[in-house]
Design a protein around this ligand. Structure first.
Ligand code: GCB
Length: 647
């Protein structure tokens, strides 16, 4: 990262850069929150659904399905939102469907939203996979390229056109991946009618999780006044006992505006305030935001209330938005990762948004269960492998002190054609959207721009140099990484990252069954990479598949014993290297997850230390033992949290 010699000046420069970068996109993407001036109406529940199974998947557009009720266009089924549609029915053609699917829901909108012209009504889709088009009462309001990130459109004028009608929302979603999407994929048509049915095609993907599709996160309608707080950017810092919250508020729709910014502690007491749209709030006797197991009260959050008084041609408005703010710093040296200037060791997991029936659909019970499991096992961090997770998950991380490496969907970039400008430009746009969405989360300490790209290919250097520099310019306050495969030590992007993240599977994909190679090969890996780049290293993936309940001693591949020994052998090496430059270890994977069908996958990837239903395998107890031990060694735990403890 940048020079730590003049931290004050450095932070100010960072702040300006982040404020400027935040302006690259037209608008902010604040998480919708209710307040005295804002209402939120969640549209979770049953939607009408129809997959377009016509040969070219274009019948919905040819026949303009968005113009009438979906049920009038043909047969529809009930589809829960949010959820992937793939595992909801018994129909294999829907599970493996590729192309356009159509969702529709009618909503009765509160009368005030219609009568009050000073109210702005916005539709927001938390995420839909992959390409989406949204219509309201038959009129297209927006389209969005890419899953895992939110998009919005203003719809007030449309719902006011005919207040006697309910508001009909139609969303078409297409999960087709191309060489230019993130993640990339390609459609392969096979015309040999002696072997394949007419029109046969497959979606080739180069990543190891099922390409679940549909509306994955909640769809909302929310309101703001027509003059409103559009975006807030905060960058935090501290000196001795005084915290600093550098902030900037962006306003839209106002001809004149004044703001009042109030920072409140957990008990609601004002600790600092200002009447400027940007500036610095100083917090004496600051409660810093600390990671879980690094402090007795992790995840301390202040509330920053922004109160806007604004006028436009028509009237005056008050808008109130409250942002949770954790005050902390992040920095990197050649051997350490520092949070609040203290060494932080990542002992955590890689996850997926994945579960039975729901696929990648947002689900509160699952999320809360996962957080309880993370805390039970003493994990202090995770990587959002291999795409941005729901904002609600990051909010949980902020509150519980779980540290996040925030990864974009740059996974499976293996084809040389995916390094062309069109792909790069989309990748840059996705980073803009990701940073815009997640920049204010204290839990997010690093951006990951990709996972295991074919970084040995010649165009990779320009591609990743551009991407990493762009991300650093967007947010100079956080380190940037991308995740390498250990076999590419001649990695073309590695010189540009702040932290080296390496995935390796010794005695699994290489030398299968030979547990004895792990100490040597892992040691060689670390020495090679550190020797070449002199940057701190995270073992960002390691592990082995274990089919739950499969046992053998001596251990054999796919048994719980084998998975255990792989982990233990790696841990011995980690223990040597963490005294030097290893700054973290993230198991692959937290839980079993679904993949495409193939000869190396037994109903999905079984490298979870928990099953897909979140029951522990033997490996989970190994990690629990280890993570609590690491926490006791490296954290500053009060006696009551020492392992063993009951959470
Ligand atoms: C990897 C990938 C991850 C896979 C994992 C595996 O290197 O990053 O997406 O699931 O290996 O189990 O093969």
């Amino acid at each position: 990262m940048l020079s730590p010699e003049r931290p004050g000046l450095f932070r100010v420069l960072c702040l300006f850069a982040l404020f400027e970068a935040a302006c690259l996109l037209d608008t902010g993407m604040l998480f919708p929150r209710e307040s005295s001036s804002r209402e939120v109406k969640e549209l979770s529940g049953l939607w009408s659904f129809r997959a377009d199974k016509s040969p070219d998947r274009n019948q919905g557009f040819d026949k303009a399905w968005y113009k009438s009720r979906l049920r009038e266009t043909g047969p529809v089924i009930d589809m829960p939102v949010p959820a992937s549609y793939n595992d909801i029915t018994q129909d294999p053609t829907l599970r493996d469907f590729i192309g356009w699917v159509w969702y529709e829901r009618e909503v009765v909108v509160p009368a005030r939203w219609i009568t009050d012209e000073g109210t702005r009504v916005v539709i927001r889709v938390g995420s839909a996979h992959y390409y989406s088009i949204v219509w309201v009462n038959g009129v297209k309001v927006t389209e969005h390229n890419g899953g895992h990130l939110p998009f919005e459109a203003e719809v007030g004028s449309l719902i006011r056109k005919d207040p006697t009608q309910p508001c009909r929302i139609t969303i078409a979603v297409n999960n087709t991946l191309t060489l230019e999407t993130l993640p990339p994929g390609s459609i392969q048509h096979i015309d040999d009618i002696t072997k394949y049915p007419k029109g046969f095609f497959v979606q080739n993907i180069y990543f190891d999780f099922f390409n679940y599709a549909g509306i994955h996160r909640p769809v909302l309608l929310y309101t703001t006044p027509t003059a409103y707080v559009d975006d807030i950017t905060v960058v935090t810092d501290f000196l001795d006992n005084t915290g600093r919250v550098n902030y900037k508020v962006s306003v839209q729709g106002a001809t004149t505006a004044t703001v009042k910014v109030t920072l409140m502690d957990k008990d609601g007491h004002c600790v600092a305030s200002s009447t400027e749209p940007f500036g610095v709030l100083k917090v004496v006797d600051v409660n810093l935001w600390w990671p879980y197991l690094m402090h007795e009260s992790p995840g301390y959050l202040y509330s920053m209330e922004v109160r806007l008084m604004a006028a436009n041609e028509r009237s005056t408005h008050e808008d109130v938005y409250t942002l949770p703010v954790g005050i902390r710093t992040v920095s990197v040296t050649s051997t350490q990762f520092l949070i609040n200037k203290k060494p932080f060791y990542f002992h955590g997991v890689n996850k997926h948004e994945d579960s039975d029936i729901r696929g990648k659909g947002f689900d509160w019970p699952l999320i809360v269960k996962d957080f309880n499991l993370l805390k039970w096992m003493g994990a202090n961090s995770f990587r959002t492998s291999h795409y941005p997770y729901a904002e609600e998950i990051l909010q949980m991380c902020d509150r519980h002190g779980i540290v996040v490496i925030d990864e974009c969907p740059g996974v499976g970039i293996k084809d040389i054609r995916s390094f062309r400008n069109a792909s790069l430009n989309h990748h840059l746009d996705v980073m803009d959207e990701l940073v815009r969405r997640d920049k204010n989360h204290a839990s997010v300490v690093m951006w990951s721009v990709a996972n295991e790209p074919a970084s040995e290919m010649p165009p990779a250097e320009f591609y990743f140099k551009t991407l990493i520099q762009h991300t650093k310019a967007l947010d100079p306050t956080r380190p940037v990484t991308y995740v390498s495969n250990s076999h590419y030590a001649r990695d073309k992007g590695a010189p540009y990252v702040d932290v080296i993240c390496i995935n390796s599977y010794f005695s699994w994909y290489h030398d299968p069954g030979h547990l004895e190679v792990i100490p040597l090969q892992l040691n060689t890996q670390f020495e090679n990479w550190y020797g070449k780049y002199q940057k701190p290293i995270i073992q960002s993936e390691y592990g082995a598949d274990a089919v739950p309940g499969l046992h053998s001693d001596p251990p054999m591949m796919f048994t719980e014993e084998y998975q255990k020994v792989v982990l233990q052998s790696c841990h011995d090496v980690f223990d040597q290297k963490r005294k030097q430059y290893l700054i973290g270890e993230l198991i692959w994977n937290f839980a079993d997850f679904m993949t495409v069908q193939g000869i190396t996958r037994v109903v999905g990837n079984k490298k979870g230390v928990f099953t897909r239903q979140r029951q522990p395998k033997a490996a989970a107890f190994i990690l629990k033992e280890r993570y609590w031990r690491l926490a006791n060694e490296t954290g500053r735990l009060p006696p009551w949290t020492k392992y063993p403890c009951s959470l």
